[in-house]
Ligand binder design. Sequence first.
Ligand SMILES: [Zn+2]
Length: 466
Amino acid sequence: MTRTLLLKNATRLATFDDTGSEFEDAGLFARDGVIEVVGSSAMLPAGADQVIDASGHLILPGLINTHHHLYQTLTRALAPDADLFTWLKTLYPIWARLTAEGVYLSSKTGLAELLLSGCTTSSDHLYLFPNDACLDAQIEAAREMGIRFHAARGSMSLGQSAGGLPPDAVTEDEDTILADCERVIGQYHERQRFAMLRIVLAPCSPFSVTPQLMCETAALARREGVRLHTHLAETLEEEQFCLERFGQRPVAYAESLGWSGPDVWHAHCVHLNPGEIQRFGASRTGAAHCPTSNMRLASGIAPVPAMRAAGVPVGLGVDGSASNDGAQLLAEARLAMLLQRVAPVRYGATPPGGRGGFAGHAGACSARDALSLATRGGAAVLGRDDIGHLAPHMAADFIAIDLNRIEFAGAQHDSVAAAVFAQPVPPALVVVNGKVVVRDYQLLTLDVSAHAEHHNRIAADMLSAW
Ligand SMILES: [Zn+2]
């Protein structure tokens, strides 16, 4: 049985399509989760099974999160003044107590936070599996929450005894990792357009996996036709680690292992030099920009305008949730916009090592650039042609922001810019795959208060031995 949805009377609708079309007094019509018509209200059919009056609201495509660690919602606000390696070494022993129940609960918490703030598609990078922790628990949570989800099966195999950063107790045997990667692809990966669940393979970082595992994971992903994801060029300490251990900068190291190309995206990409940016662009290797995390851990500022100019697909990631420690993509888009305005501009005049010395400028990242990173940029990074903008034959994933809120008083002349220039607010309505998941600011798929109480008990258990 088909199911139709009509959204009408929106004050403004920004499609983020190829030409950046925006409409006033507008809406869209969708059938079975797929958009058939977008435009002014006069162009739309008269009725549908479900009709939503969006008067006074701004409609945007659903936001897309390209990098996250949902389990870290159990350990927020710890090691508050540490850099990356200190922060990791503080948290690894606590994370060693993670269980399947913890994965399930923390995934629901993080996904609730994402949905309530307008994210309709998220990736997650789960890379440690102590006790009975498993990817299956996270996938179950995502299905129950109603979000479109890319589950990245992460891994760590290079423990301290072999020169890596994590304690051996949170690493896994490489045969076990590869066998589980193959299992979850077979069990869960959906290849068709409008897929709600896809699997990604994601060894954690240069300092926690071996080159052999990177190579074998890439070969497996390419045999199975799934995407590859890891952390890369996040900090200068990582760069130093790669130079000392592998004799190469992080990007050259990753490239030497087959980790570049249109099926690969890397989180952070803060410390890229101009030549590396050009190589990313030429190979269409993607980047997940995580501005809050990069500020929190004092990692640096990613050269986003230079990457985009070179043709690198760039999306946004909330990262964390122990290095953010929140998960709100509109806030992330706002920071992405503002951070570039104080960033050194790094084009041709960058010395080796990736540090530049020129002042940023106010036009480095516009409001629409920032929202584009959060929508169609994210879709490109995740390799999706069915989400990220609003047009016929695209998924009915969208959000509605109430323009009558006090935050938008005085900004009605450009409500799209106001979505990130004003303090970001939660959307009143969130629709994923043609289904309402958030209505009147309420998440329909979870009792948030009861859930938070349960989450806090599990988090306290993990911290009790700390
Ligand atoms: Zn991360």
